[in-house]
Design a binder for this molecule. Structure first.
Ligand code: IPE
Ligand code: IPE
Ligand code: MG
Length: 254
């Protein structure tokens, strides 16, 4: 099973439009799919679920839609946190909260504190999140931690300052709504994630659709740069040094 599933919940507006309803009706229905996904991940013992709810670019939408989304977020927090807590869900938000209204920030902080001890499912909502924002902030934090010292940096040095440093990188990425792009979601963390795109609109995405995505994931061979043969042989580890030694042996043979 994937340990970490990350989802771009797209297609709410089109779902509503198809029904001659305002876009916001689609967002409202989308909350039900969120609820269903949380339940499905708990039932399937998937320990990390990350949902992209609002991108750093979504401020460009009409003001009424943005404020509806903010109010929906507030309402969802007011209604759902007790249930999440009761079900052992640890709730976190990643993103730049500095432009959110104080009431929303307060609800988020309280929810994070209240659920901090839960271990069944790690639920992360990405709100006013952007992958580039995340990497830039990690660089700033890394430089501050270095205190002006120069020295060789590793990927791990940077990764520990990313917003989701507490979670393993996603195994499975799902985007609903038919679009095949990342839209500035977890840029660093998706480097080796299996990508899955579906035409289903987010309000139509449920547990059965999640199982289809997981089934597709099970058919993938995650090679991380190795060959298929290496994987079936139980993974003899390669390295630049081993390759250099092999090259030297070949040259001596020749
Ligand atoms: C995704 O649905 C929800 C958010 C981005 C907040 P959209 O609102 O993008 O729906 P479409 O893509 O217009 O159908
Ligand atoms: C991506 O959806 C962001 C979220 C689902 C929160 P968008 O609908 O905003 O993405 P683009 O603009 O079509 O790439
Ligand atoms: Mg969209």
């Amino acid at each position: 099973m994937p340990r970490h599933i990350a989802i771009i919940m797209d297609g709410n507006g089109r779902w509503a439009k198809k029904r001659f309803m305002p876009r916001i009706a689609g967002h409202k229905r989308g909350v039900e799919s969120v609820r269903e996904m949380v339940k499905a991940c708990i039932q399937r013992d998937i320990p990390y679920l990350t949902l992209f709810a609002f991108s750093s670019e979504n401020w460009r939408r009409p003001a009424e839609e943005v404020s509806f989304l903010m109010n929906l977020f507030i309402r969802a927090l007011e209604d759902e946190v007790v249930k999440l807590d009761r079900n052992g869900v640890r709730f976190r938000v990643v993103g730049d909260l500095s432009h959110f209204e104080p009431k929303l920030v307060e609800l988020i902080t309280r929810a994070e504190r209240q659920t901090a001890g839960n271990k069944r499912l790690d639920l992360t909502i990405a709100a006013n999140y952007g992958g580039r924002w995340d990497i830039m902030r990690a660089v700033e934090r890394l430089l501050a931690a270095q205190g002006g010292k120069s020295g060789e940096l590793t990927e791990a040095d940077l990764a520990q300052h990313l917003a989701m440093a507490y979670a393993p990188e996603p195994d499975l990425f799902i985007r609903t709504g038919g679009e095949q792009r990342i839209s500035n979601f977890l840029l660093w963390q998706l480097a080796y994630t299996e990508l899955y795109f579906t035409d289903l609109l987010w309000p139509d995405f449920g547990a059965a659709a999640l199982d289809d995505a997981i089934a597709s994931y099970h058919n993938r061979e995650r090679r991380f740069g190795r060959t298929s043969e290496q994987l079936s042989e139980g993974c003899e580890q390669g390295s630049p040094a081993a390759a250099a030694a092999a090259l030297e042996a070949q040259q001596q043979d020749a």
